[in-house]
Every structure is written in C-alpha cells, then in structure tokens.
Design a protein around this ligand. Structure first.
Ligand code: VGL
Ligand code: ZN
Length: 206
C-alpha cells in the first residue's frame, strides 16, 4: 500500500528497462522477459512513486559489437572505465525496440529516466554510468522527494537490475529486488555473480 502516514518513508517502485528489445523477439532478448510485464503493472498501485528506466543508446554506441572491428556480440573488451560486454545493437533512440513493452502501464510513471545516451560509455545502472562516477540524476530526484525505500523489478536481473540495486544500496537506500518480477540474460555465470554482489551490498533479494 502507499504510505498511509506522513512519517512512513516514501516507497518507490523502480522498473528497469522493460523494453521491446529485451523481450522475446527483440534485439537483445532476455528469456521470458515478457512474463514479468503484467505483474509489474499490477504492482504499481502499491507504491507512492513509480519510476521507469529506459535504455536509450545513440546509433553506433560503443557498447555495440557492430561499432568495433573484428568483434562479435558477447565479447568482452577493455574500455577506459573497465571491462565491457559488447552487445547486439539494441534500444536505439527512437526505435521500435527502445519502446516500453505495450503491457507496461507507462502512464503510471512519475519519472522516466533514460540512460546509455553517451556514445562513449555504457550505463547499466539507473544511478551511475559504467565509470561508476557519472551520475544520471536519479539519486537527487529520490532524495528531494524524500524517497528512501526502493523496490526494483525488470530486465535484466544480472545486468541493469543488479548494477542499479548495488549502486542504490551503496548510496544508502533501502533496496529490495523482487526476483519473481525480473529475468536474467545469464552469460558465463553472470546471474550467480549478480546475486552474490547484491547480497554483499546489503540488497534484500526476495
Ligand atoms: C542491459 C545490456 C545492455 C539491461 C542494457 O537492461 O540489463 N543489458 N544494455
Ligand atoms: Zn544497453
């Protein structure tokens, strides 16, 4: 339920990247990604605030394998900010695949925060780009609204949900991840590593 009492902490639902390209048939499909959509829409009524993130890359983004000579999707390269998985082209600004899944009640969102718009750097987290220091502005938004408790759901559990949850916990937010409303890509043990990283950061996994 939304907070009844003024002294109750404001609670936000953070919905990560529920976009067509991350659903079956999309450019970077997450297995069963579409199965979380109706449950997420149903959950929105229980929160004081609903925030959606949208992966939003310019064409030719440096996280795309196609932007590098002799590289294939899922190769890992060294970028100035650390290792970077190379992805198929996905969530290109303005494209159909960048749109939210049609079952997601996007009208319920107070805020839609886009990320990954800088060509030279990827941004898995809703809080910081992959250099772990360039902010997206979401922290300031939450703090100025007095929101301290976050529940995260969406795609993909082992990438953008994981990085968002770990960063939020590191910033001092109280973070719960609803795994039943997430799905993972699971590259080379990335799901187990993500679960361990979230637990280690103090994220509550349910
Ligand atoms: C994501 C890979 C690349 C995600 C976004 O939403 O988890 N993964 N861009
Ligand atoms: Zn992306």
């Amino acid at each position: 339920m939304p907070s009844q009492n003024r002294s109750d902490p404001m609670q936000a639902l953070i919905v990560i990247d529920v976009q067509k390209d991350f659903c079956p048939g999309g450019a970077l499909e997450v297995p069963e990604g579409d199965l979380v959509v109706s449950g997420i829409t149903d959950l929105m009524a229980d929160f004081d605030a609903v925030i959606l993130t949208q992966d939003w890359h310019p064409a030719g983004h440096s996280s795309f394998a196609s932007a590098h000579d002799d590289r294939a999707p899922y190769d890992v390269i060294d970028m100035p900010y650390g290792p970077q998985v190379l992805w198929p082209d996905h969530c290109i600004q303005g494209s159909l695949g960048a749109q939210f899944h049609e079952g997601l009640a996007q009208d319920r969102a107070d805020l839609i925060i886009r990320k990954g718009y800088n060509a030279a750097i990827d941004s898995y987290s809703a809080f910081f780009e992959n250099d772990h220091e360039t902010p997206t502005g979401l922290e300031g938004y939450l703090r100025t609204r007095g929101i301290q408790k976050l529940t995260m759901v969406g795609l993909a559990l082992d990438f953008c949900v994981n990085f968002s949850a770990v960063d939020a916990a590191g910033l001092g937010f109280d973070v719960t991840v609803r795994q039943d409303l997430c799905r993972a890509i699971d590259l080379d043990g990335s799901l187990d590593a993500a679960r361990a990283a979230m637990k280690e950061s103090g994220v509550t996994l349910v």
